[in-house]
Write a new protein. Structure first.
Length: 337
């Protein structure tokens, strides 16, 4: 090859899809209807999955996002009504509105006035969600939303544990509820790395074959990774920053691989005849973890599973301090695809 090195080609930007890590055409249509002002369109698609908690949780979450700015209107529609789907949507809309007001930053980055509006909006969610739970006693989804509300309202641990027990009594593997529970146990929300990791390992152990809830393990590792990365940034140690990305996931690759194998053993396990609605989210977590561990075969497998549908977590963690999340993702994905 001579003494000259071949110039490395520039990374090709991928056609990244953000904020859409699910496959549910019916949900997309209902969201469009809501955006056009037809708020009751959501209740039909929620009603048809009352016995399918994973699908119902996803639909409530997405439709609640599209209902931001309309929560009070939904509450007025729900009053005097015995439609549990309307009460669920109203409560979820208040939850999503509140978190949109707060933003995703650390508490110290949120001003006092914004916190006041955040808390007052979250408190509005509690009544409607309890009403939804009362109207459908076997439904885990109102309790999952109450869990998110409790996290933001900073209720005491006993209340958080009580709501968690209500969730698992109705659906022991509900993916988004496990995600929120893991955040509750994380150090940044008053828990500890040890308790969070114990929960993640327990989630893997208890998961049925083929259930993506095993992705709680890489999620927990990303929470620890981010904390260590932020510490390295604060210490302004360039060597520590570079080394952390290279080493952290390599050290934990084997246990993450075991969790991934448990999912992939039957990763097409359907939920009422459909693929699991959180599969794309789980692929994101495993793809990023294996890419940072430089496990090329596994990284490729999960990157292909993602289909370039990028979830904010973990890629915002991977791209920490970078200006362009999509560029960071494209560079890493192109390395393995």
């Amino acid at each position: 090859m001579g003494i000259f090195r071949r110039k490395r080609p520039a990374a090709v930007a991928r056609e990244v899809v953000r904020d859409h890590t699910y496959d549910d055409a019916i949900l997309d249509i209902a969201a469009e209807e809501m955006d056009a002002g037809h708020l009751r369109a959501a209740t039909t698609v929620l009603a048809e999955c009352r016995e399918e908690p994973e699908i119902r949780a996803l639909r409530a979450e997405v439709l609640g996002e599209h209902a931001i700015g309309h929560a009070d209107e939904l509450l007025e529609l729900a009053k005097g009504n015995t439609d549990p789907d309307l009460w669920l949507l109203a409560g979820t809309a208040f939850v999503r509105e509140a978190w949109a007001i707060r933003g995703s930053g650390r508490a110290e980055t949120v001003g006092k006035d914004r916190f006041k509006v955040f808390f007052s909006t979250l408190r509005k969610a509690v009544g409607p969600l309890h009403e939804a739970a009362k109207l459908l006693p076997r439904d885990a989804v109102p309790w999952a939303q109450l869990q998110t509300a409790g996290l933001g309202l900073q209720v005491d641990r006993e209340q958080k544990d009580e709501v968690w027990r209500e969730v698992v009594a109705r659906c022991s593997t509900l993916y988004p509820a496990h995600w929120t529970r893991l955040q509750i146990l994380a150090a940044k929300w008053g828990g500890s790395a040890e308790e969070m990791m114990a929960f993640a390992h327990g989630s893997v152990d208890a998961a049925p074959q083929g259930d993506p809830v095993v992705a709680m393990l890489p999620l927990a590792h990303f929470e620890i990774f981010l904390e260590q990365f932020e510490d390295a940034v604060q210490s302004r140690s360039a060597l520590k920053i570079a080394g952390l990305k290279m080493r952290y996931f390599s050290r934990h690759r084997d246990e993450i691989a075991t969790a991934a194998d448990k999912w992939e053993a039957d990763s097409r396990r359907p939920v009422k005849g459909r693929p699991h609605p959180r599969s794309l989210q789980a692929h994101n977590l495993f793809a990023a973890a294996f890419a940072l561990a430089d496990d090329a075969p596994r990284a490729k497998r999960h990157l292909l599973g993602m289909r370039d549908h990028v979830h904010e977590v973990p890629w915002a963690y991977v791209a920490y301090l970078a200006d362009d999340l999509e560029k960071e993702y494209s560079e890493l994905a192109n390395k393995y695809l």
